[in-house]
Design a protein around this ligand. Structure first.
Ligand SMILES: [Zn+2]
Length: 69
């Protein structure tokens, strides 16, 4: 089953432990973001609560950012 073509989030942050992941389009998997040489892994025991639900817009929201031409 294939997903319909939608805009997918490219970065997500865990609201519980602070883990940050970025979508790797090549590996097609989430990878932990590294900041200042330190991986933002958060807690390995955390049941991650990703923050993408609220900000994820499935479609281009034209004009929302004032970039109407
Ligand atoms: Zn977490």
């Amino acid at each position: 089953m294939t997903e319909p073509t939608l805009r997918t989030p490219t970065e997500r942050t865990c609201e519980r432990c602070g883990r940050v992941e970025r979508w790797d389009g090549v590996e097609t998997t989430w990878t932990v973001v590294e900041e200042d040489g330190e991986k933002q892994v958060g807690s390995r025991y955390c049941i991650h609560e990703w923050d993408i639900n609220g900000t994820f817009a499935p479609f281009e929201d034209e004009g929302a950012d004032g970039a109407q031409v």
